[in-house]
Ligand binder design. Structure first.
Ligand code: TXA
Ligand code: MG
Length: 355
C-alpha cells in the first residue's frame, strides 16, 4: 500500500484535505492524525474491522483497548450508558484536551475496541485538525498512538512514517505536537476515580474539580491473564532499542556518575548516549549528548522525550544514561514514561561514583 502524506495547517484548515481524510476513515481505512498529545492512528470506531486493522498494523495485543475520540460533547451520550456528574465536571474543565475518561460503554461500541470489556475510554482532543477529521469521519474515531507497539509514541509525522509507512492509507502532517506525552487516563467507573496513566492534567488539577482521586494499580506481570487496565501495566512500552538506565542522586552526583558510566562503555567500544538537560548538557565531554529541555520548564522535556529516544535508535546507540527529571507537574508523567522506557532500571549516583 502507498501511504499518502497530507500536510494540513491547523491555523488554516484545508476543507478538501479534511474531507479526503474523513472519507478514508468512513470507508474503513486507517489515517494517522495529529493531536495535541501525540499522533494517533485513526480508524472508524463504530466499525469492528477498523479495530482489527488497527491492532494488526500496530502489532498490538487485542486485549489492550483503544480510546474513542469525539469532537462534540453531545456525542458522548451515544457511546456510554452511565454518566456520573463528575464526568460532566471534568469534561467542562478539561475538554477538549489531554484527558481520557473511562466509562461504561453503550451497545453502539464494539467489543473489539474495548478488549472485550464493558467500559470504554473517551477523549475529546484539542487539536483543530483532529477535531475536523473526527467530524468528517462521522464523529467517532479510535486512535491509539500511531507507533508500532512498544516503540516510543510519535510526536511528528516523520515518526509515524518511520513505523507505519506502507501499512496505512494516509498520514496527516500538522507539524510537531504540542505536549508530547499521551493523555491522562482516569477511570470514572470506580469510586473514587483512579488515574491509570499520568499526563499533563495532574492529579491535583483533577482533585480541584471533583475531589478525591486515587492513583491506579501498578504493574501486571507479562504473562498475567488479567486484562491490563492501563498502558505499560502488562506490555513493555515507550522503549528505545538501546538499554536505558536512569541515574538518581543530587544533580552534581548524577552528572559525575553518568560521565563515569559513559567512559566505561566507551572503553568497551560501545555507542553510548546521554539524556542531559539544558542546565547540564555542557558538562559532558564524551558520549552522544542530547539536551532534552529545561529543568525550569518541564513541558519542554515532555515535548522532546519521545523524539530523543527515537534519535538514539536511529543512531544505533546501545546504552543510554539519563539524569532523573523532577517529578512536579507534568514531571510525574515524564517520570512514568521514562520508568517504563527504562524497564524500571535505576542506578544510585552515589554508589556509581564510589565504586
Ligand atoms: O493522548 C492519547 O491518549 C493518545 C492520542 C492519540 O489521543 N492516544 C493513546 O492511545 O495514547 P493508546 O491506545 O496508545 O493508549 C490508550 C490506553 C491503552 O493502552 C489502554 O490500556 C487504555 O488506554 N484503555 C483504553 N480503554 C480502556 C478501558 N476500557 N479500560 C482501561 N484502560 C483502557
Ligand atoms: Mg500507545
Amino acid at each position: 500500500m502507498k501511504t499518502k502524506i497530507l500536510k494540513i495547517n491547523p491555523k488554516q484548515l484545508d476543507k478538501s484535505a479534511i474531507k479526503e481524510a474523513g472519507e478514508i476513515l468512513q470507508q474503513g481505512g486507517l489515517v494517522a492524525i495529529p493531536t495535541e498529545t501525540v499522533y494517533g492512528l485513526g480508524a472508524n470506531a463504530l466499525d469492528q474491522e477498523g479495530a482489527k486493522k488497527t491492532y494488526q498494523v500496530k502489532g498490538r495485543p487485542s486485549d489492550n483497548p483503544l480510546i474513542i475520540h469525539i469532537a462534540k460533547l453531545e456525542d458522548l451520550e451515544k457511546i456510554i450508558i452511565k454518566r456520573p456528574s463528575e464526568v460532566d465536571l471534568l469534561a467542562k474543565a478539561f475538554w477538549p484536551g489531554p484527558l481520557t475518561m473511562i466509562m461504561e460503554k453503550s451497545s453502539l461500541v464494539p467489543y473489539e475496541i474495548t478488549g472485550g470489556q464493558e467500559s470504554v475510554a473517551v477523549r475529546m482532543p484539542a487539536h483543530k485538525v483532529a477535531q475536523a477529521i473526527i467530524e468528517a469521519a462521522g464523529g467517532f474515531v479510535t486512535a491509539p498512538s500511531a507507533n508500532t507497539s512498544g516503540r516510543p509514541s510519535p510526536t511528528t509525522a516523520a515518526h509515524v512514517k518511520e513505523d507505519l509507512d506502507g501499512k496505512i492509507e494516509m498520514i496527516v502532517d500538522a507539524g510537531k505536537v504540542e505536549i508530547g506525552l499521551e493523555s491522562t487516563i482516569i477511570d470514572m467507573t470506580t469510586s473514587p476515580p483512579a488515574i491509570l496513566r499520568p499526563g499533563e492534567i495532574t492529579r491535583e488539577m483533577l482533585e480541584e474539580v471533583i475531589g478525591k482521586v486515587v492513583k491506579g494499580p501498578g504493574t501486571l506481570a507479562e504473562d498475567s491473564k488479567e486484562k491490563p487496565k492501563a498502558p505499560g501495566m502488562k506490555y513493555r512500552h515507550y522503549a528505545p532499542k538501546g538499554k536505558l538506565v536512569i541515574v538518581e542522586g543530587d544533580l552534581g552526583e548524577e552528572t559525575l556518575a553518568i560521565q563515569k558510566l559513559v567512559n566505561e562503555k566507551l572503553r568497551e567500544k560501545r555507542r553510548v548516549g546521554i539524556i542531559a538537560t539544558e542546565e547540564t548538557a555542557s558538562e559532558y565531554q564524551e558520549g552522544i549528548v542530547k539536551n532534552i529541555g529545561s529543568r525550569s520548564n518541564l513541558s519542554t522535556i515532555a515535548a522532546n522525550l519521545y523524539g530523543i529516544l527515537r534519535e538514539f535508535d536511529r543512531e544505533e546507540v546501545e546504552f543510554i544514561y539519563s539524569e532523573s527529571i523532577p517529578a512536579w507537574g507534568i514531571g510525574d508523567a515524564i517520570k512514568n514514561r521514562m520508568d517504563k522506557a527504562a524497564g524500571h532500571n535505576y542506578l544510585k549516583a552515589e554508589q556509581v561514583i564510589s565504586e
